[in-house]
Design a protein around this ligand. Structure first.
Ligand code: SAM
Length: 445
């Protein structure tokens, strides 16, 4: 929309832009189209737009053929947009983006995030939507220039610090361009900038302990001018050795270390162990006949390679709210890597019983114990990968501690979200989980 159109529209719908909602509406149509182009939208894309306002970015995004979900806090704008784009693939949510449950988006598949963000909450929005696990695969966002500079900053600059490192440890951040205040109505007091964020590919950075990384970065930047070694004495006792290991001088300051050096420092202090494989290939499983009677034992690769019948357990862990914990299998797993799966699951080892395996898997995969109840038994089939599966349920609210080689992450999901997700994107899940879920939804007569 042009400047005059926006002014007229606002007048017609009785909206006087308010600062408390960060309402600065974009009136440069070329720029709006350019933003959409930078997100490389096509008819296959599902887009989430935060704060659509009067639809400056919404219109070109719809024109590119994408399907949109938009969250807008101002009810008058919601009504206006519903009417303006009626008949188009736009779903409007009247609400606060900071209360939106990102996990509800998983059933939609990969999501692109767009927004000329309300500046008073721009960093909160970033963290809410981009904190893993998230289905967002790309974000093109307008932010106040000062925040954008901090997010994109590299070492030895005044903008480099905690915010940039935290985000860059998970996303590639590109500063696309500075946007003058004059393209907005009303004009904000500061310039803006456009950023593009893309999740880092698996393996792009070595894996590292995120909590320790945050602690080190926070301490390091607590006094920017001070030498880093003096600020992280508690975490790093042999600083000269650590500095040499990461290729830094012993006198270095936090702002001089690159992201890669921070990661190396984190791994020097607390190395990640046992990461080369998510699978113990020497493990032996119980081999069973068509009636689930044990007839022998064989190593994992033989059981899977020769399609032998064997045994497994799956555990569904619910929290107090009734949400189900799902695990995302690690990228190192030999089968169904990076798919979503039951809270915990595993094979029955040779000489082991189902119940004992369930207790063991819960402890090994989630670091907890809980009372478990067997709720179903699934016959071995092609769908279960020739596994007889005993399904257990239990209750636990966490926290959980999972081995990284096995599990990328765990997260509770409402059951209605999972139902929709399994129906719409079955391939996001390991087949064993799908069978257990189906069994829970329609228990055998
Ligand atoms: N996208 C539009 C544009 O480019 O012209 C409007 C951008 S304006 C900077 C920010 C928009 O976010 C406003 O429409 C405002 O009402 C909306 N907004 C403010 N706080 C919000 C919140 N917590 N959740 C969702 N939308 C919000």
């Amino acid at each position: 929309m042009k400047l005059s159109e926006i002014a007229n529209t606002l007048r017609e719908i009785g909206v006087v832009p308010v600062k408390t909602l960060g309402q600065n509406f974009l009136h440069d149509q070329n720029l709006a189209r350019w933003i959409v182009k930078e997100a490389e939208l096509s008819a296959r894309d599902f887009v989430l737009e935060v704060g659509p306002g009067v639809g400056a970015i919404t219109a070109p995004a719809l024109a590119a053929g994408a399907e949109l979900l938009a969250i807008e806090k101002d009810g008058r704008l919601v009504e206006f947009l519903r009417e303006k784009f009626s008949g188009q693939p736009l779903e409007m949510i009247h609400g606060d983006a900071l209360e939106f449950e990102v996990k509800r988006l998983f059933p939609r598949g990969p999501v692109k995030l767009l927004g000329n963000l309300p500046y008073y909450i721009s960093t909160e929005i970033l963290f809410r939507f981009l904190e893993p696990p998230t289905p967002i695969i790309l974000a093109v966002l307008m932010l106040q220039k000062e925040v954008a500079l901090r997010l994109a900053a590299g070492p030895r600059s005044k903008d480099y610090g905690i915010l940039g490192l935290v985000v860059q440890s998970q996303y590639r951040v590109e500063y696309l361009r500075t946007i003058p205040a004059s393209v907005f109505l009303p004009q904000p007091e500061v310039d803006s900038a456009l950023l593009r964020l893309t999740p880092r590919a698996a393996g792009e950075l070595p894996d590292f302990d995120r909590e320790l990384f945050l602690t080190l970065v926070r301490r390091g930047f607590s006094q920017r001018r001070k030498q880093l070694g003096k600020l992280i004495k508690k975490e790093v006792d042999d600083w000269p050795h650590a500095a040499a290991e990461i290729g830094a001088s012993a006198q270095t300051r936090a702002e001089e270390l690159s992201l890669q050096q921070w990661v190396r420092l984190t791994n020097f202090v607390r190395p990640i162990t046992g990461k080369t494989s998510g699978t113990d290939l020497t493990e032996e499983f119980a081999v069973v006949d068509e009636n689930d009677r044990v007839v022998g034992r064989a190593p994992r690769h033989e059981v899977h390679g020769n399609n032998l019948r064997h045994r497994a357990v799956h555990i569904f862990l619910f929290n107090r709210a009734g949400d189900l914990l799902l695990q995302k299998r690690s990228r190192w797993k030999d089968r169904h890597a990076e798919r979503w799966d039951s809270s915990a699951a595993g094979h029955v080892s040779a000489g082991e019983e189902y119940d004992a395996t369930a207790v063991r898997e819960l402890r090994e995969e989630l670091g907890v114990t809980a009372a478990l109840r067997r709720i179903a038994k699934l016959p071995a089939s092609e769908e279960t990968g020739k596994e007889f599966i005993c399904l257990y349920r239990g209750e636990h609210d966490g926290p959980f501690a999972s081995p990284r080689a096995e599990i990328e992450t765990v997260q509770f999901f409402p059951r209605d979200v999972i139902a929709r997700w399994v129906a719409e994107r079955p391939d996001d899940f390991a087949p064993g989980f799908r069978e257990c879920w189906r069994c829970l939804a329609t228990p055998p007569a």
